[in-house]
Design a protein around this ligand. Structure first.
Ligand code: HSE
Length: 430
């Protein structure tokens, strides 16, 4: 039976889950995968944690050099996170011709082009299923399941923390600050929640997934990003009343040479498959030209769901003699013919505060009309609702599909009119 030795760099939540999964399933993998995978070394600054996990002293490496020099280590698992130390260690492992399996989305998003070149030069593999959407096998699906399709659209709830917060705000009417506090108490959100709530985590994942789905590098710098920290629970409630559920979506659309990639809070109809993905669950919804709609659902974070993805790469690398790299030219920039669309098309939900005086509504609808924004529904709310001051009334407008720049132009003109202030702009996907 083939013997494969692994080393784990960073034995925290994900690395620890990976260690336990590899040890507890050792015999199972021998039986089902015909491969004998043994943990040969671990590296972590927190030696007490390693000892508390019952890891034998002789497996605890002193430094990366010891792991690189260990002839029994074939595969190096990187579960450190961040880009500084992780990049240095992954580079060293690849240069020593050791295949790397990583769960590190920021590293892959920013440096996959560099790291893949080093891997190719040294005839070893670089695998990163766990970098996106934890235990949901989305990268494997893109590479091995739907690769026969032209994927024209991908929409994902790829961040559990924000999905938990939005679910709380939707179901309990909780405001953002309270829902965030609860997410922190449950250990979903970090003490500094910026990366999650401002959509940065989702942006990194979308960069990796859309590069794979659309077969060209999609740098994260090309992704439009808006987080959820400004969302008012009243908009969620009102949107809900008129048929929409709010989700933080990572959206990728591809048509011809045009690519439209963005992360933002989005209203989707209640009957959309993603609308029922609640709490900290994640899901990715794909549309391919042959298969039609496909949706994958599961846990996007946590020790064992993420370990499941790491181990899946380890088994893949251990049982395939041919190395596999990206299906696109993995450079820092996309190929020159690719056009990024900033002026995409969407429907919109707008909330305004308007002056409560004769003719105001006519002037406001006139501004929208002149900017090419066509109204589907308009609803004036009682004074005082949404915290409008005593002279102003809230006005909710939904629009037909229109260009992003037309809406931006209309918002600027409405704000400059002296009659209204635009308080919320939320894109609607159907
Ligand atoms: N912080 C992420 C989330 C998990 O909340 O989904 C790791 O990417």
């Amino acid at each position: 039976m083939k013997k494969v030795g692994v080393a784990i760099l960073g034995v925290g939540v994900v690395g620890g889950g990976t260690y336990e999964t590899l040890v507890s399933h050792h015999d199972f993998y021998m039986k089902t995968q015909q491969v004998d995978i043994t943990v040969e070394a671990v590296l972590d600054r927190n030696i007490e944690r390693l000892q508390a996990m019952g890891i034998a002293e002789e497996l605890i490496a002193k430094n990366i050099e010891e792991i690189i020099a260990n002839p029994n280590v074939d595969i190096v698992i990187e579960t450190i996170g961040g880009v500084d130390v992780a990049k240095e260690f992954v580079t060293k492992a690849l240069r020593a011709a050791k295949t790397v399996v990583t769960s590190n989305k920021e590293l892959i998003c920013k440096y996959s082009h560099e790291l893949e070149k080093i891997a190719k030069r040294n005839h070893c593999g670089l695998y990163y299923e766990a970098s996106c959407v934890g235990g949901v096998p989305i990268i494997r699906t893109l590479l091995d399941g739907v690769q026969g399709n032209n994927i024209h659209s991908m929409m994902g709830i790829v961040n559990g923390t924000t999905n938990y917060i939005l679910t709380k705000m939707t179901q309990d009417g909780t405001d953002y600050a309270e829902a965030l506090q609860e997410a922190q108490k449950l250990g979903y959100a970090e003490a500094d929640p910026t990366a999650d709530v401002e959509g940065i985590d989702s942006m990194y994942k979308l960069s990796i997934l859309s590069s794979m789905a659309f077969h060209t590098k999609i740098p994260y710098t090309k992704i439009m990003r808006e987080g959820i920290s400004h969302i008012d629970a009243n908009d969620i409630a009102f949107g809900h009343e008129i048929g929409y559920t709010m989700k933080l979506l990572a959206i990728g659309k591809h048509e011809g040479d045009g690519v439209d990639v963005r992360v933002h809070p989005t209203f989707i109809p209640h009957n959309h498959p993603l609308a029922s993905v609640n709490d900290s669950f994640n899901a990715v919804y794909l549309q391919g030209d042959a298969v039609g709609d496909v949706m994958l659902y599961g846990r996007g974070a946590g020790a064992f769901p993420t370990a499941s993805a790491v181990v899946s790469d380890v088994i893949y690398a251990a049982t395939h003699s041919e190395l596999r790299y990206s299906t696109f030219k993995n450079n820092a920039q996309p190929e020159s013919h690719v056009k990024f669309l900033s002026d995409f098309t969407s429907s919109y939900y707008l909330r305004l505060f308007i002056d409560d005086r004769l003719g105001a509504l006519a002037k406001i609808t006139g501004i929208l009309g002149k900017c090419g924004v066509s109204i589907v529904e308009i609803s004036q709310k009682p004074k005082g609702m949404f915290g409008a001051n005593s002279d102003r009334v809230p006005l909710i407008i939904t629009t037909y599909k229109t260009k992003e720049n037309s809406v931006k132009n209309a918002v600027a003109k409405l704000n400059a009119s002296g009659l209204a202030s635009v308080e919320a702009v939320i894109r609607i996907e159907s």
